[in-house]
Write a protein that binds this ligand. Structure first.
Ligand code: B12
Ligand code: SF4
Length: 645
């Protein structure tokens, strides 16, 4: 620590996944930037962020943090996936500095002081909501010599008094003018580059606003639910975008709950495109889009498409069952009129995926499978998340009313649902098995064009294809199926097994070979018996999906990565695979099938050059399907259309 400073502060964050690139510690960055905007804290305190990866062990984290003098204050940014680790580190912290303050903040612990203090007696303070101004007040209280058992003057927290009773101070108003929080990027609070000066994170995380007008029963969006939306100023966001552009950041991910709901969102996109035109970056924008698709939304999407600014469009439906919509408190959302939107996105050639939740009270196996298949007639990439009970949500509070029985995760502190009044344990297991395949094959886009082809050229349902694969993998004597079988056996709340399966299918030649075998032995014969034509075309489209998988070699694979030449255009480097022969013009046929303008389909020999963006290893296996699709092989015109025009 700098000699002139008297207060040492550590802020800890830990991402979800264990990938080569780190996740950006946005929450700690805000908290640090706000603290350092206080003249006295800036003079007296040394504030340092420790940012860990999902795979970092407790031992590794402890060694890094406690290698030097322990700090006076440790602030932990707690989410369901790091709750236990941070509880353990708080315990270590108090061994090395019994007078230190351990402060827990973040969505997973806000308003949960009783449980936090019970499980982790070493924690001194729980912050209930936005942390920037609260943490600043806490540091000033510490500098004033306050006791950690007497913090009444700091609103928005819970602590324990000398008698050990939990004291909750007055709630703090939400920050109305967000620009009072200094930008963690522009002030340098977050380290943006590595030793070589390269942007060090997988993506840039940003917020353009905070708040959400809805109040869905499963959600606690950083405490924003049911709150008026407040926005950061255009000038500030633009300056942040310029900084990211200079650092050649490919993708910006917005933490907003409903992007495209406010007129200023159109201005943000206009600024992003202008910045991109000047610097070549950023090239993609990922976000949670507004649930109510207004003219503004369509205008924004259209503008982005014309400018070649990539994004994935989510139909955040969560369920198609009326009974489940009722318990979710989402019945009146316009997103439920989704068919027109899906059709429009398809016609515009925009990447679209849908999100469902399995296991909400009111949902049954039949209503879920029916919804899945109705949806898959329009959208093949369906991400299905099993319902987790999150703290501070309506479902968590109404557990008894819905007869919910849950179990905490092995690796995290989320509550996974076992059963409730409309779902038995056995039904849940059955669907989880199905979800495994859906997440791997459809959500993570192991197959892509093939779904469209099956939908348009046969009457087989997407769920039938997935069940067929499940049964074939369970029965085949091919030893290469073993990793998949063991991943299915671990199906539960465990996200890791999906990631492993995706790595295997994208990154191990055995995975591709196995898929080919399944197609010819498992699925293809069922289509033949169903009297469907177009089998040769389906063969070629299946092969196209395999050959356009990202260029990626799984760490487990024994074989050397494929060596392909590279080219660069429009600031992006691609591997190129030249002259791949097909018996049909697959890209054009798939585009026509997608847009519903299929004419007659004829076999014509066609060779295609395929372009694959470099860097897939930073994303494959993270279950981050929004990112993975950027690494698929594509013909030149698609690659050009997906970068700046
Ligand atoms: C980006 C994001 C991701 C990224 C993670 C990127 C990363 N850096 O790690 C990805 C895509 C990986 C992701 C994945 C998932 N996510 Co997510 N994600 C988000 C999102 C949109 C933004 C997070 C963020 O940075 N917000 C901005 C910061 C500033 O807000 P904040 O964290 O709330 O911080 C404020 C306060 O909480 C507080 N605070 C926070 N930390 C600290 C620390 C101190 C010391 C203090 C004083 C205060 C404080 O002050 C901050 C500033 O005001 C949030 C929703 C949201 N808008 O918050 C969901 C959210 C964090 N995700 C959530 C979930 C459930 C998931 C998944 C489990 C989803 C799923 N079902 O698969 C997966 C994880 C998979 C797994 N294996 O566990 C939940 C977490 C709930 C919980 N109780 O932990 C959230 C809140 C969304 C929701 N309501 O469902 N997610
Ligand atoms: S799910 Fe989305 S719309 Fe619903 S409360 Fe959460 S952030 Fe808002």
């Amino acid at each position: 620590m700098d000699e002139t400073k008297t207060l040492s502060v550590h802020l800890l964050q830990q991402g979800v996944w264990d990938l080569p690139l780190e996740s950006m510690p946005l929450a700690s960055g805000y908290v640090k930037a706000a603290a350092l905007s206080d003249e006295r804290i800036r003079r007296q305190a040394d504030v340092k962020i420790f940012n860990f990866r999902g795979g970092d062990t407790l031992m590794e984290m402890a060694q890094e943090i406690f290698e030097h003098e322990p700090p006076d204050v440790m602030g932990f940014s707690v989410l369901g996936w790091n709750f236990r680790e941070f509880g353990a580190l708080a315990e270590t912290f108090k061994q090395v500095n019994p007078d230190g303050w351990a402060v827990f903040g973040g969505t997973h612990v806000a308003n949960q002081a009783d449980r936090v203090f019970r499980l982790f007696p070493e924690v001194d303070v729980v912050v209930n909501g936005e942390g920037e101004l609260v943490f600043k007040d806490l540091l000033n209280a510490r500098l004033d010599g306050a006791s950690r058992h007497s913090l009444d003057a700091v609103s928005g927290i819970a602590y324990r008094n000398r008698a050990g009773e939990v004291v909750t101070t007055l709630p703090r108003e939400r920050i109305d003018n967000l620009d009072v929080i200094p930008s963690p990027f522009l002030t340098g609070a977050i380290d943006l580059t590595d030793d070589k000066g390269t942007f060090r994170y997988d993506v840039a995380l940003m917020e353009t606003n905070r708040g959400c007008p809805y109040k869905c029963s499963f959600c606690y969006w950083g405490g924003a639910v049911g709150q008026r939306i407040r926005a950061f100023s255009r000038e500030r966001l633009r300056a942040e975008l310029e900084l990211f552009a200079q650092l050649e950041v490919h993708t910006v991910v917005l933490c907003d709950a409903n992007f495209g709901i406010l007129p200023i969102d159109a201005e943000f996109v206009a600024d992003m495109i202008e910045v991109r035109d000047r610097y070549g970056y950023p090239q993609a924008l990922e976000t949670s889009w507004a649930k109510n698709k207004s003219k503004l939304f369509y205008d924004i999407v259209h503008t982005m498409k014309q400018a070649g600014m990539r994004s994935s469009f989510t139909l955040a439906l969560q369920t198609l069952s009326d009974d489940a919509l009722k318990t979710m408190n989402r019945r009146n959302m316009k997103v439920n009129e989704w068919e027109d939107l899906a059709e429009w996105l398809d016609k515009e050639g925009l990447d679209c995926y849908a999100e469902l939740i399995w296991g909400a009270p009111g949902e049954t196996v039949d209503s879920f499978m029916d919804g899945y298949d109705r949806l898959s007639r329009h959208v093949s990439r369906i991400a299905v998340y099993p319902l987790q009970l999150l703290p501070n949500t309506d479902y968590a509070e109404k557990k008894q009313e819905y007869g919910i029985v849950s179990v905490r995760g092995d690796r995290d502190d989320f509550e996974y649902i076992l059963s409730h009044d409309t779902m038995t344990l056995a039904e849940n297991r059955l669907v989880k098995r199905f979800l495994f395949w859906s997440r791997v094959m459809a959500e993570n886009a192991v197959l892509r064009s093939f779904w469209v082809a099956v939908r348009e050229l046969t009457d087989i349902k997407q769920s039938d294809v997935l069940r067929n694969l499940d049964a074939w993998v369970a029965e085949t004597e091919d030893p290469a199926a073993e990793p998949l079988r063991s991943a299915v056996a671990r199906v539960g709340g465990d996200d890791v097994s999906y990631g492993e399966a995706v790595k295997f299918l994208f990154g191990d030649p055995n995975g591709k070979r196995l898929l080919e075998r399944w197609w010819s032995e498992g699925l293809r014969p069922t289509i033949e018996h169903g009297h469907h034509g177009h089998l040769e075309l389906l063969d070629e489209i299946f092969r196209y999906d395999l050959v356009t998988q990202p260029i990626y070699r799984s760490p487990e694979s024994q074989e050397r990565p494929e060596e392909l030449p590279t080219v660069e255009f429009r600031n992006t480097r691609y591997y190129i695979r030249r002259n791949v022969p097909f018996k049909y013009d697959v890209p054009s046929i798939v585009a026509a099938l997608r847009s519903g303008t299929r004419g007659s389909i004829e076999a014509v020999n066609k060779t295609v050059d395929l372009y694959y963006r470099l860097g897939a290893e930073n994303f494959v296996g993270s279950t981050n399907h929004e990112q993975v699709v950027y690494f698929m092989g594509m013909p030149l015109d698609e690659a050009l259309a997906s970068t700046q025009s």
